[in-house]
Every structure is written in structure tokens, then in C-alpha cells.
Design a protein around this ligand. Structure first.
Ligand code: XIL
Length: 434
């Protein structure tokens, strides 16, 4: 059965009298304690007082039989096996708002059942690790065939995922070009040395390495898989207020900052623009973007790069908890980022739930629903410009958070069943908002 836009009927639901769903028009800055205040946009109709009948009206049989409330089906079973039953598609449901993406590892695509579910649900993909510098930089080849200014890359890690996207018409977010993490230290050293006594190259050499790195990634991806990548996370996590930089830049653990200086971000975007296909969007991506100090620093950075003409969007990673951040803070950040005129992608959404009781899974479902509800309302009211929402993983057991095996952050469980979180992300009536 084809779902309508955010509305569908399913097997296994019970029939209830539905209340009127009052959709909210959330606006920036409307606060209600810890959580988002949702102001009704569909106000109850104010009706004129009924004209007084001149003669007492006789109640008629027809009038008495008229139904007063529409009958609607409300879902009660939230654990649907995606192997046995057809479920609504997230990307289809949200198609008038944003694309819906999934971060995968190459292993996910070796599983046919997962592959089928991915194709049914998502129209955007991100490589979880396969396109990061530590996956692409080939030290052996760099030493034998590279030059001091130009490393050699290998794309074996991400070829399969790019191929999959090309074959199935899925678009990819290129993740990520310049990041302080998952980049080998030898990349910053003279002679690409991995010895303890290695010394940093000069700023000039590092800038050339950076440009050559970005150029090679973009040239390879765009010529081998034309049209697949639609957005690049050019710089990831460069802001860490408190590290001592006046603009809130990450200093302590960023070799990019230490070797090049604070303008490595400007340079990365300059090179990315130079080699990107004209239709590809360039993003700055970060976590905890809703923290006020970080939010302010990101807006300042983004405005500066925007003036240089080299940025198109801000990525809010959105690895969130069950109660932190408040959706108020999330909303404020989303609105402030949108006010820059840039697009916003929710790039790495998950909710770090550490319990799988029915009660807690339902609470998680509500939080997902409230988040998607917020996105919808902000977009309906032109307060936010969200063009993609990406989940950071398909099933709970495969989540990067799941180091202790007790995390339940995503929309599907290990058995490839839907969770309340899935129905929440669809704004299903069976998941209460509060
Ligand atoms: C994570 C991956 O999911 C893990 O498998 C890996 O061990 C560490 O990185 N912010 C990002 C992502 O931008 O690239 C990170 O991905 C999660 C945090």
C-alpha cells in the first residue's frame, strides 16, 4: 500500500475515534522551559453564533444520524518486521520537505535484506568511515609514487558504496574532506614520516597537500561516479570554544590548525569550491551545534566563508540524548543557521538511549516525533531551510554508539523491525507527542 504524504493506513491497527491533530507553528525564540513550545497554527474555527430559529426546530432523524467525528485508524503495533510487511517509506513521506539519508558502512551493503530496506527507505547515503582521510590516504604509495606536496590516494574503501549509489540513483553526502580526527599524523610530517621524531611540514607545504588531497578526492569521485555526490562535508568539527582561539577554533587536537593556522578552514573551502562540480553543495559540519558558544562561533565562521562565496550549508550532526539538548536549543540553532541564508543538513542523527524497555523505546519514539514535528513546523513557517536529514546508522546493533552493546539509538532494531522511533519519525498518530 502506498503511503500518502505523512498519512497512511496499515494492517494491525485498531480503530479509535481520532482527536483533531493540532499542528503547531513553532517560531524561533518561543520557549517553554526545557522543551519546545508548540503553538497551534490550526486554530479552532471561530464560528458565528448560530442564527436563532424563529420556530423551535423539530429534531429530525437525518440530523441525529449525522456523524460528528471522523473515524480514523491509529497504530498500536510499533514492532513491524520489515522482512514480512510493507512499511511506509521515510524518504517518500518527507519528499516535500527534505531528502532522508542513512550513514552506512561497506558491510551493510553485503547484506541483501538490509540493502532492500535501505533502497525502500532512503534517498541519500553517507559513508560512515570509508571516505575519511585515514581510509583514502595510501602511505606506501605516497612514499613510492607521491611527492612532498602531493599524497597518493586509494579509493578501494568507498568504491563499492559509490557504485551502489550510482546503480540505484541514491545521492551521496561526501564525508569528510578536512577533519582533525581519522587523519593520520604522518600526513602532517616532513617526508610523511611516522617516526617519533618526525617534524611538521611548513604551512605552505601543508596547504599544497591539502589542496592536492581535496582535488584528488573530488576529481576521482566526480569523474568515476558522475552526479552521485551532491554535498561535501568540506570541514568537520573545527570549532571548540575554550581552546583559546579568539574565534573559538579547535586548537588542542587539530593538526590542521597547528600546522596551517586558523585560516585552514577558509583555504579548505576555497580549494573545495575550485574543484567541486558547480551543482555540488559545500558544507561545514559539527556536533553540539546547539551549544550557544559553539553556535555563535559557527555562525560567524559560516558568514565569513559565505562572503568568500565558498559555502552552501551547515551540517548539524545531531548526536543527541534523551533529554539533552532541549528542543528549544536545537530550534534556536536551526533557526540561526537558517538565518545565514545557508541550507541546513541534519547530518548524523541518533538518540543515545541506553535501555530497551518498551517504555523507554516509546519515549524515544516520542522524542523522534517531536524532533521531526519541529522540523516540519519550522519549515512550514519558513523559519528553517532543512534540505536533508540523515540517520547515523540503520540498526541499533550497528550504531557507532554501541560499544557496550546496550544502545538503542536508531529507527530499526537488530531484527530489522521498526521501532517506535521509526513511526515517530513519520509523525504517526500512534506515537503521542507528549
Ligand atoms: C564515527 C563512525 O561512525 C565510527 O565508526 C568511527 O569509529 C568514528 O567516527 N562525527 C562524525 C562522524 O563526523 O564521522 C563520526 O563517525 C561520528 C562523529
Amino acid at each position: 500500500m502506498q503511503p500518502g504524504r505523512l498519512g497512511w493506513k496499515k494492517n494491525g491497527v485498531c480503530v479509535l475515534l481520532a482527536g483533531i491533530l493540532v499542528l503547531g507553528a513553532a517560531g524561533c525564540g518561543e520557549k517553554n522551559g526545557d522543551e519546545t513550545k508548540i503553538t497551534p497554527s490550526v486554530q479552532p474555527e471561530i464560528t458565528e453564533p448560530a442564527p436563532q430559529p424563529t420556530e423551535p426546530a423539530e429534531p429530525t432523524r437525518a440530523a441525529a444520524a449525522e456523524p460528528t467525528e471522523p473515524v480514523k485508524e491509529v497504530r498500536t503495533n510499533f514492532y513491524v518486521s520489515t522482512l514480512d510487511e510493507e512499511i511506509p517509506s521515510l524518504s517518500e513521506a518527507w519528499k516535500d520537505y527534505f531528502s532522508v539519508g542513512i550513514a552506512l558502512t561497506a558491510n551493510d551493503l553485503r547484506n541483501e535484506l538490509k540493502e532492500e530496506l535501505i533502497l525502500q527507505q532512503f534517498n541519500s547515503m553517507t559513508c560512515g568511515n570509508e571516505m575519511k582521510a585515514d581510509a583514502l590516504l595510501d602511505r606506501a604509495k605516497t612514499l613510492s609514487e607521491g611527492t612532498e606536496n602531493c599524497p597518493v590516494l586509494s579509493f578501494k574503501s568507498c568504491d563499492g558504496m559509490l557504485q551502489f549509489c550510482m546503480e540505484h540513483g541514491i545521492k551521496m553526502r561526501g564525508h569528510t574532506l578536512v577533519w582533525h580526527s581519522q587523519v593520520p599524523e604522518w600526513f602532517f610530517m616532513e617526508g610523511y614520516s611516522n617516526q617519533k621524531d618526525a617534524v611538521f611540514v611548513s604551512r605552505e607545504v601543508m596547504l599544497e597537500r591539502m589542496e592536492n588531497y581535496i582535488r584528488q578526492v573530488m576529481e576521482y569521485v566526480n569523474t568515476t561516479y558522475p552526479g552521485v555526490v551532491y554535498a561535501w562535508d568540506v570541514v568537520n568539527e573545527a570549532i571548540a570554544p575554550g581552546d583559546g582561539d579568539p574565534d573559538g577554533m579547535r586548537v588542542e587536537d587539530s593538526l590542521w590548525y597547528q600546522v596551517i593556522g586558523a585560516d585552514f578552514v577558509d583555504k579548505a573551502f576555497e580549494y573545495a569550491r575550485k574543484y567541486a562540480d558547480p551543482e555540488q553543495k559545500l558544507f561545514y559540519n559539527d556536533f553540539n551545534t546547539y551549544e550557544p558558544a559553539k553556535r555563535l562561533a559557527i555562525v560567524k565562521l559560516a558568514n565569513r566563508i559565505k562572503e568568500q562565496g565558498n559555502i552552501d550549508g551547515i551540517g548539524m550532526q545531531s548526536h543527541i540524548g534523551m533529554s539533552y539538548p532541549s528542543l528549544d536549543d536545537f530550534e534556536t540553532a536551526l533557526c540561526k543557521f537558517s538565518e545565514t541564508g545557508l541550507e541546513v543538513h541534519i547530518t548524523e542523527l541518533d538518540i543515545n538511549l541506553d535501555s530497551n524497555t518498551e517504555e523507554d523505546l516509546m519515549k524515544e519514539g516520542k522524542r523522534y516525533k517531536r524532533l521531526f514535528f519541529l522540523l516540519k513546523n519550522l519549515m512550514d513557517n519558513n523559519k528553517a531551510n532543512v534540505t536533508n536529514v540523515t540517520l547515523w546508522g540503520l540498526t541499533d546493533d550497528g550504531s557507532w554508539l554501541n560499544k557496550d552493546g546496550k544502545r538503542y539509538p536508531l529507527l530499526f532494531n537488530q531484527l530489522l523491525e521498526t521501532k517506535p522511533a521509526f513511526w515517530g519519525a513519520l509523525l504517526d498518530d500512534g506515537i503521542p507527542l507528549y
